[in-house]
Each structure stands twice: as structure tokens, then as C-alpha cells.
Design a protein around this ligand. Structure first.
Ligand code: NAP
Ligand code: F7E
Length: 327
């Protein structure tokens, strides 16, 4: 019998990479999708796996829909990747962000507790929970949380609820505290993809500049394809636990801009970048850098793609995309 897994957030960035990995391991993969007037399966199509997923209908804000899904498929593993994941939007839509990212997780945990209690549960926790905490230049599993956005606050709730279900009901519930991870499938509003998409347009004469906010914040950026392996490994352990997943390196947004223009063969980037206050945030997370000792020691996980390789993969993919469109 094939193992079964439910992946929420199947149409996003991480969902397709994780689904591909699970399919390669011969899982039956169910993907939760919500009602949409015009759904886009483009990220699954990009990886060529859109026809290999069994889609189930549900919304993180509708508890009954989650109960129905869990009850009907009783998956052995549940990867909760669904979220309003854009930090910038979480100030404008704080309540929605809370309903999806915090209360939605409580609903899903309850559905599992009642209808598939032996299922192993993965919660997509985030380095945004650390926010301002940065004792020695690194964050790890023992760093206190100080979230800086409604997104971060909601994720802290979900983190602790995951721990609480583990401690209260003896459920296998694990948090992956993932630092920023990117890919050609990254949503276009996130800074890395906004930069590589903008550079591709400039390179092909389709745009003149890129409008960005604060270039000083530092992030620990890795490749999404590497990070889904860590999610999978967390659910293959005998005991549930919480793990930081990161590269251990940090770069500013400015560094990313410079590296991306360079990868596209443009040396003098400054003339193309306009600082636009519309993209500055009410409260910023200035410095993220994860310590990956635990995930390496306990799960044997390490990132494979370097910062420079990641930048090049994303720049090349966007240039190819626009070239294909113009053919
Ligand atoms: P993403 O591309 O934004 O994907 C999120 C997915 O969640 C989308 O497919 C979206 O569905 C779905 N979703 C949103 N609201 C929903 C709702 N009410 N009901 C059901 N589904 C809903 O995010 P990602 O980059 O793949 O990240 C995956 C998870 O990891 C997220 O929880 C994110 O917060 C977390 N995370 C991400 C990073 C990172 O750097 N990427 C780091 C740490 C943690 P639609 O397609 O229908 O909109
Ligand atoms: O911003 C700065 C911005 O939106 C990165 C999500 O996946 O990772 C992601 O959250 C930095 C911030 O990602 C622009 O102010 C400057 O300092 O790409 P981002 P994020 O906020 O770090 C974490 C780990 C998650 O969990 C989230 O789900 O870049 N920045 N100028 C800009 N950011 C954007 N988006 N657009 C700009 O024009």
C-alpha cells in the first residue's frame, strides 16, 4: 500500500516541490485547494506533476471543510503549507492573516485529532517569528520570539498550538522553522522574484527600472527545492520535534540586487533601481541568519544550492520565461 500525504498550499511555491518529492517516494499525494473563480496550476505544471495529484476541496478558514477532508482520506502525513504568506499584506489584512495562519491551523489540528490521530503533522513555521531577536547574530531553536508583523504574530500562535497538541494529546506534530527560501516558483511580490522578474524585463527591453523599498534588511536565503527535503525528513523521525532550517549565511536585499544584475550581465545596477516608500514596512525585521546545527545533526540535512547559484537559477528562469513569451 502506498503511503498517503495531504499537502495544503499545493498551488504555492513549496507545495509543488514537496509534492514532487513525495511522488518520487511513491506517495499518494492529496492537494488541498480552495474555491477560486480562476485557479492557476502553473507551478505544478512547471514541475510536470499537475495530473499526479488528487485534489480535495477545502479552505483553512472553514473548519467543516477540513474535517471532511481529513475524515474522507485519513492521511498518514499532513504538511500544512497553506497561509497568507506575504508579510507586507499582513498589515492590510491582519484579521484574514490571523484566520488562515493561526485559527486555520487550530482547525486542522482538531480535525486530525478527531479523525486521523496517528497522522504525522508538519507546520510551516517561519524565521519571521524571531523578528527582532538576534542575540549573537544567529537565530536557533532556543531564540525567543519577537514577531514584527501580523503575519509573524499569527505564525507564533500556530507554532505554540502545534507544540501544545503534541504535549496535550501525544500527537506527532512538528514545526519546521524555515528561513526564507526562494525559487523560480516564488510569488512575484516577494523581493527576490520581484528583482529577478524586473531584471529579465529590463534585459529584454520590456521595463526601465525596478521599484523597491528598504535595501538594508538581511535575510538567510536558500533554495525551496532543498528545504522541502527537510520537511519530509522531520516526519520520518520516531519522535516529533522542532527544527530551524536555514543556510547559516546572510545577505542584504542590496546584495541580492547586485548579484542578480551581475548574473544577468549588467554591472552598473544603480540606474535601474528606484527607492519607493510604498514598499517600506511599518515595522521591519532587520537581520535573519539561522543556525542549522540541530537539523544537520539530527536529520542529516544541509542546503545544496548556494546563494550565488540560487540567484542565477532565478535570473535565468525569468529571462527564459520572457523569451518564450515573446516567441
Ligand atoms: P505561498 O507560495 O504563498 O503558498 C501558500 C499557499 O497557501 C497558496 O497555495 C494558497 O492558495 C494557500 N492558501 C492561502 N490561503 C488559504 C486558505 N484560506 N485555504 C487554503 N489554502 C490557502 O507560500 P510558500 O512560499 O509556498 O510557503 C509555504 C508555507 O511556508 C507558508 O505557510 C509560509 O507562510 C511558510 N513559510 C514560507 C517561507 C518562505 O520563505 N517561502 C519561509 C518560512 C515559512 P492559493 O494558491 O489558492 O492562493
Ligand atoms: O521581503 C524587503 C522587505 O517579502 C524580504 C515570506 O516567505 O520569508 C518571506 O517573508 C525583505 C524585507 O520576504 C521590497 O522589507 C525591500 O525586509 O521577500 P519578502 P519576507 O518578508 O522576508 C519569511 C521567512 C516568511 O515566512 C514569509 O512567508 O525585502 N524589501 N523592498 C522588499 N520586499 C518586498 N516584498 N518588495 C519590495 O519591493
Amino acid at each position: 500500500m502506498k503511503k498517503s500525504a495531504l499537502v495544503t498550499g499545493i498551488l504555492g511555491q513549496d507545495g509543488p516541490y514537496l509534492a514532487k518529492l513525495l511522488l518520487e517516494k511513491d506517495y499518494k499525494v492529496y492537494g488541498l485547494i480552495r474555491r477560486y473563480s480562476n485557479p492557476t496550476f502553473s507551478n505544478l505544471e512547471y514541475l510536470g506533476i499537475q495530473d499526479q495529484i488528487e485534489y480535495v476541496d477545502g479552505d483553512m478558514t472553514d473548519e467543516a471543510s477540513l474535517i471532511n477532508v481529513i475524515k474522507s482520506i485519513r492521511p498518514e502525513e499532513v504538511y500544512n503549507l497553506a497561509a497568507q504568506s506575504f508579510v507586507g499584506a499582513s498589515w492590510q489584512q491582519a484579521k484574514l492573516t490571523t484566520e488562515v495562519n493561526a485559527l486555520g491551523v487550530l482547525s486542522l489540528l482538531n480535525a486530525i485529532k478527531f479523525f486521523s490521530p496517528t497522522a504525522k503533522f508538519y507546520q510551516a513555521s517561519t524565521s519571521e517569528m524571531f523578528g527582532l531577536s538576534n542575540d549573537d547574530g544567529y537565530q536557533d531553536e532556543n531564540t525567543p520570539f519577537h514577531p514584527r508583523s501580523p503575519y509573524g504574530v499569527a505564525k507564533v500562535y500556530a507554532y505554540w498550538m502545534t507544540v501544545n497538541f503534541r504535549e496535550s494529546y501525544n500527537m506527532f506534530a512538528a514545526n519546521g522553522i524555515l528561513f526564507n527560501h526562494e525559487s523560480p516558483l516564488r510569488g512575484i511580490e516577494f523581493v527576490t522574484r520581484k528583482i529577478t522578474d524586473g531584471i529579465a524585463k529590463i534585459k529584454l527591453g520590456l521595463a526601465e527600472d525596478i521599484h523597491l523599498g528598504n535595501l538594508d534588511p538581511k535575510r538567510d536565503w536558500g533554495f525551496a527545492g532543498d528545504y522541502v527535503e527537510a520537511m519530509y525528513l522531520m516526519l520520518q523521525q520516531d519522535d516529533p520535534d522542532d527544527y530551524v532550517v536555514a543556510t547559516g549565511e546572510t545577505h542584504s536585499v542590496r546584495d541580492f540586487v547586485e548579484a542578480a544584475f551581475k548574473a544577468a550581465g549588467i554591472e552598473d545596477y544603480k540606474q535601474y533601481v528606484k527607492i519607493d516608500p510604498r514598499y517600506q514596512r511599518p515595522a521591519e525585521v532587520p537581520h535573519l541568519r539561522g543556525r542549522l546545527d540541530k537539523v544537520t545533526k539530527k536529520l542529516g540535512w544541509k542546503p545544496k544550492v548556494t546563494f550565488e547559484e540560487l540567484v542565477k537559477i532565478m535570473v535565468d528562469a525569468d529571462i527564459q520565461r520572457y523569451k518564450k513569451k515573446s516567441m
